[in-house]
Design a protein around this ligand. Structure first.
Ligand SMILES: Nc1nc2c(c(=O)[nH]1)N[C@H]1C(S)=C(S)[C@@H](COP(=O)(O)O)O[C@H]1N2
Ligand SMILES: [Mo]
Length: 169
């Protein structure tokens, strides 16, 4: 192997590791959400699921909530309204079961989430949520604005993190 070839290999390896460092995939969980159940729009071959891609999630209007939670100091979360995600799939029922990477499941009322303007946050203080940091999606309510209603153990259960799928029922 010539010195020029060796040099080219090293350069290529360096470029690849630089790209890996810079790509969002290196720092963020894959941002996507599968929705099934009582929905009017699907995009899978069986017509049972709407797979919302990262591009589609990022295209929805971005809302922010600045609040502390039991697990995070006061910070600004951003992402779409749960209500806008439900509109995207033409959801036809109020009960939304959230399913997570750690296999937690919790059913929220879409009407209640709408009343609080709850968001499916994908960033905190401008940084994408990784799986080890509540990502890819964390359902956030404005707890600091409604401390008595949104604190305590019953309310804490509503703050669902690592969301990967929803079932509309
Ligand atoms: N993804 C995920 N979100 C979750 C949970 C969980 O286990 N996984 N636990 C819920 C419940 S029942 C409560 S009370 C709070 C607090 O969970 P912790 O006691 O593990 O902090 O987070 C809620 N959100
Ligand atoms: Mo809980």
């Amino acid at each position: 192997m010539t010195a020029a070839m060796t040099q080219q290999r090293i350069l290529r390896a360096l470029a690849a590791s630089l790209l890996a460092l810079l790509s969002p995939a290196a720092s963020a969980a894959p941002l996507a959400l599968d929705v099934q159940g009582m929905i009017g729009r699907t995009n899978d071959p069986d017509h049972s699921v709407y797979h919302i891609s990262e591009a589609e999630l990022l295209k929805l209007p971005v809302h922010t909530i600045t609040t502390s939670t039991t697990w995070t100091p006061k910070s600004t979360f951003s992402g779409p309204l749960l209500g806008d995600v439900l509109k995207l799939v033409d959801a036809r029922a109020d009960s939304i079961e959230l399913r997570t990477i750690d296999d937690y499941s919790y059913t929220v009322s879409a009407r209640e989430a709408e009343r609080y303007g709850a968001i499916l946050a994908y960033s905190r203080n401008g940084v994408r949520l990784t799986v080890s940091n509540f990502g890819p999606l964390f359902l956030i309510y404005p707890r600091d604005a409604y401390p008595s209603e949104l604190s305590g153990s019953a309310a804490e259960a509503k703050f669902v993190w690592q969301i990967k799928a929803m079932v509309v029922k």
